[in-house]
Design a protein. Structure first.
Length: 555
């Protein structure tokens, strides 16, 4: 425990000896990225010195590989295990409001450093002293980290170009974005709303209220920007007081029953959704708490550094019983799940996972013949990516969409906005205007509620957060944005019509003098539309995420 704290303090001291040192490292990294990319022809700038966004996007796409290759070459100094030891002791360099970028960059750093070909001497992980740490090593790690920060920034630039933001040439660095005020505002709003992205909205729906508090068999780690004071699993289960250690990684429950419901409801996305890798990740996530409660060093190391270290033979024997319990539970929840038969196969699958840097898809196990490092901090990141539901239409897509509508309604039904039985009959019914015109049908309301003289109508758009949106592909961002903005405009038109004509052939909303109309999505969709970003009521936007809407319901 003392080593955990001392090594972190030592790294922090050597890195943060002065802001000039950090600024210089970050600036040097930008210059180095430009040097690595110098063989790539720069796009033509207009007379005012600006680069067309689409030209910039293609340029950045070509720059990604040489910059990454340069960083991989830097990573050859240490083994992946040694890198992980340094990186999980490395301090945050950015402001707390940039913790989203910091978290993304740290995951990217583990992906790049794991590409080192140096052999892992994992035995050194089990010594009281860990790996050697000096000021010169800290400086090298700083240079490497700064370089990966710039690669992460290059990912952002690629996405910014896809949002049609122009760029300006820079002499010794890669081009910089020159956003207009409207695009800058839209980007800031999107970034702020995206800070609290959870693992489940990537599926394209959310758990209904009844499943919200279910007891789950699996947990993932959530990284906090600042250390927090909380009891650790080992000490809690043994009724002991947790020693004073800086805790950064907090277990976060994943509602397995919810994923199971969707798995069965959609027939596993026509067989295109969950596979052996996902189920193996679920098993590994299920081992997080058992590992943390098995020994104080595991509990502390997971909380502080996000990983645990095991002798391979011990891991296989110590957790064999828990492995059988987990696989039994998962098989029961997920019929026909493709599960590894034993812990040996589990390790083999997880050791050989393919890692990707764009979109980020980290590894979760570092190992040799004798030792195993379980990187619990990356399990949640990888599982989130793998749980993304495929973009399927027809029966499968409809079932997922209806699931999202029912989930939203379940939260309304437990809130002060719960509708009467009479109003609830108006939900998911095609509203029909008065008259005999063949175009009399208005639309249907996906979720509905009321409070006093105010009617709440929700249009649910179960937009999937796909890989294209994740990395910032032009057409993926544009299609999602247009789909959202069109839905918001249509829903505001429906609101206006119901206020003017509150009585139809099959509905009567005449008792309501006010209507709140919200388009609800599982996750944040980037948009520049003033209408979509405007507030419908209080702090609730006309286009709101499920999380934002649920928080508003109960305020």
């Amino acid at each position: 425990m003392l080593d955990l704290i001392q090594s972190r303090i030592l790294m922090d001291t050597w890195v943060k000896t002065g802001e000039k040192k950090i600024r210089k490292a970050l600036e040097d990294a930008k210059k180095q990225s430009a040097i690595w990319s110098k063989h790539i022809p720069r796009p033509t700038a207009s007379s005012d010195g600006l680069i067309d966004p689409l030209d910039a996007k293609e340029y950045f796409k070509k720059c990604l590989k040489p910059v990454e290759n340069g960083l991989i070459e830097m990573a050859q100094r240490f083994s992946p295990a040694q890198w992980l030891w340094y990186l999980r002791r490395f301090p945050n360099l950015h402001n707390p409001e940039d913790h989203g970028f910091e978290s993304y960059s740290h995951t990217l750093i583990t992906i790049i450093s794991a590409k080192s070909q140096r052999k892992n001497d994992l035995r050194q992980f089990n010594t009281p002293f860990g790996f050697p740490l000096s000021e010169s090593i800290a400086n090298y790690v700083l240079a490497f980290v700064a370089g990966v920060y710039d690669l992460a920034d290059l990912h952002i630039k690629y996405g910014a170009a896809s949002r049609e933001i122009p760029f300006r040439m820079s002499g010794k660095r890669l081009p910089d974005a020159i956003p207009t005020e409207s695009k800058k505002k839209a980007g800031q709003i999107f970034d702020a709303r995206s800070q609290n992205i959870e693992i489940l909205p990537s599926i394209g729906t959310i758990p209904d209220y009844d499943n919200l508090f279910e007891k789950s068999k699996i947990h993932i780690l959530h990284k906090s920007y600042y250390p927090v004071d909380t009891s650790l699993p080992y000490f809690d289960i043994h009724d002991l007081m947790t020693p004073l250690v800086p805790i950064h990684y907090i277990p976060e429950q994943v509602p397995l029953k919810f994923i199971s419901n969707l798995y069965n409801l959609t027939e596993n996305g026509n067989g295109q959704w969950l596979n052996r890798e996902v189920f193996s990740l679920m098993v590994l996530a299920g081992l997080l708490i058992p590992i943390a409660t098995s020994a104080p060093e595991h509990s502390i190391n997971i909380a502080v550094n996000g990983y645990s270290i095991h002798e391979r033979d011990d891991f296989i024997t110590d957790y064999f019983g828990t492995f059988l319990e987990l696989t039994f539970v998962i098989m029961k929840l997920f019929p026909n799940a493709d599960l590894p038969p034993n812990p040996i196969h589990l390790l083999n699958i997880l050791e050989n996972l393919t890692t990707i840097s764009h979109p980020i898809l980290p590894g979760v196990v570092l190992a040799n013949k004798e030792w195993v490092i379980i990187d619990h901090a990356n399990v949640g990141t990888r599982l989130q990516k793998m749980l993304q539901f495929p973009n399927l239409g027809d029966k499968t897509g409809n079932r997922r969409g209806i699931h999202f509508e029912d989930a939203i309604q379940s939260y309304i039904d437990t809130s002060p906005w719960k509708p009467s039985n009479q109003l609830l009959t108006m939900r998911q019914v095609h509203l029909v205007r008065l008259g005999n015109n063949k175009h009399n049908q208005i639309t249907d309301i996906d979720a509905i509620g009321e409070s006093g003289n105010t009617l709440l109508i929700i249009s649910c758009k179960a937009i999937i957060f796909n890989i294209g949106q994740d990395i910032g592909e032009y057409y993926a961002l544009k299609n999602a944005r247009l789909h959202l903005d069109e839905a918001v405009q249509k829903w505001q038109d429906v609101k206006a019509e119901l206020l003017i004509s509150p009585i139809g052939q099959n509905y009567d909303f005449s008792r309501y003098s006010k209507i709140i109309a919200i388009v609800c999505t599982p996750h944040v969709v980037y948009t520049e539309s003033e209408l979509s970003l405007s507030y419908e009521v209080n702090e609730l936007r006309k286009a709101a995420t499920a999380t934002e809407f649920i928080e508003w319901l109960n305020t």
